[in-house]
Design a protein around this ligand. Structure first.
Ligand SMILES: [Zn+2]
Length: 221
């Protein structure tokens, strides 16, 4: 049962198209699991449409529509979010993920970076410079290194569950961590925990695992 949701302000930014692509991906991922937020975005979209209909009509230059369509065509080939179907049999981890997330791995395999014996991570490139998008996997019963955040972090649980000092998080839960917050996630004992994460700045390991810190250096996609 999903119990952690994006803020209403974030959903408004989402439906208005104001979010960066990586942050929008995190919301879309949450919507895959959360009927309540899906309904909220439908309602917000209707409200936005009503406000647009009520607003004054702007006069735009001749050829603007053609220019916008041309730009859309040119940007359609950028990054890996092109809606391509998985053409080869996905590996076990990918197969367990929502179809929306599977599309980030069109080759059917994940190139993991090993951060600690319990934690590995794989970056996803979508052509965004300000944020890093990644899939993280904590082994069943594993503990991720304690770390703090020099930027905002968004986490959406894709499969399994994890806990930290503040609570337990299940599939679909959406969490935002602010600058300076410190936590150490523990995966549940019965299965690995897989999360989608969005980082706006490097995280810093704070425990005995500082040796792994270089592996977590920020690598914008
Ligand atoms: Zn929700």
């Amino acid at each position: 049962m999903v119990s952690k949701h994006p803020s209403p302000e974030l959903l408004v930014e989402y439906v208005s198209g104001a979010l960066s692509i990586v942050r929008a991906i995190s919301i879309t991922t949450h919507l895959h699991f959360c009927q309540n937020c899906r309904q909220a975005t439908v309602l917000l979209t209707e409200i936005g449409g009503h406000l647009l209909r009520e607003s004054d009509v702007l006069t735009v230059s001749d050829g603007l529509l053609e220019k916008v369509l041309t730009n859309l065509d040119e940007s359609a080939g950028e990054g890996q979010v092109t809606g391509r179907e998985v053409v080869s049999p996905p590996d076990q981890v990918i197969a367990s993920l929502p179809l929306f997330v599977q599309r980030f791995f069109p080759d059917g395999c994940i190139k993991w970076r090993f951060v600690s014996p319990s934690l590995k991570t794989a970056s996803i490139s979508v052509g965004e410079e300000a944020y890093e998008l990644a899939v993280d996997l904590i082994n069943a019963g594993g503990k991720a290194p304690e770390h703090d955040h020099r930027g905002r972090e968004i986490t959406v649980v894709l499969k399994g569950s994890f806990s930290d000092a503040e609570g337990v998080y299940h599939s679909g839960d959406f969490m935002t961590r602010e600058v300076g917050s410190v936590h150490r996630p523990f995966a549940s004992l019965n299965e690995p925990c897989i999360c989608l994460s969005v980082l706006s700045a490097p995280i810093k390991l704070t425990g005995l695992n500082r040796i792994f810190n270089p592996f977590l250096s920020f690598s914008p996609s």
